[in-house]
Design a protein around this ligand. Structure first.
Ligand SMILES: [Zn+2]
Length: 103
């Protein structure tokens, strides 16, 4: 089961942006990557074209490996250790093992 979903707040465990947190705005399960707001920004130089008069530098998030991300518990203000519990109706819910807050 993939624990990270769209709109989750995640903590970056590894890479250039280690220690940052951000909101997931796209998950790419086939590539095992996700796009996270403000994380793994890349600068792209664009050329002047007819369509774009200005050219210059565009900043854009690039996908980060899911294995480098973990869910962040806003309650603890720390990366969460996630537990999964099965509810009486059979659906699964994720919670923080530290404070028992449902994420
Ligand atoms: Zn917590």
């Amino acid at each position: 089961m993939n624990k990270i979903k769209k709109n989750d707040t995640v903590y970056v465990l590894a890479g250039r942006d280690r220690g940052k947190t951000g909101r997931v705005f796209m998950v790419m399960p086939k590539k095992s990557r996700a796009l996270v707001e403000g994380v793994n920004y890349i600068k792209k130089h664009t050329r002047k074209t007819q369509a774009e008069q200005q050219g210059g530098i565009v900043q854009k998030e690039s996908p980060i490996q899911l294995s480098n991300l973990t869910l962040f518990c806003k309650n603890c203000n720390k990366p969460a250790r996630i537990g999964v519990s099965t509810l009486t109706d059979g659906s699964k819910s994720r919670y923080c093992k530290r404070c028992k807050e449902v994420i």
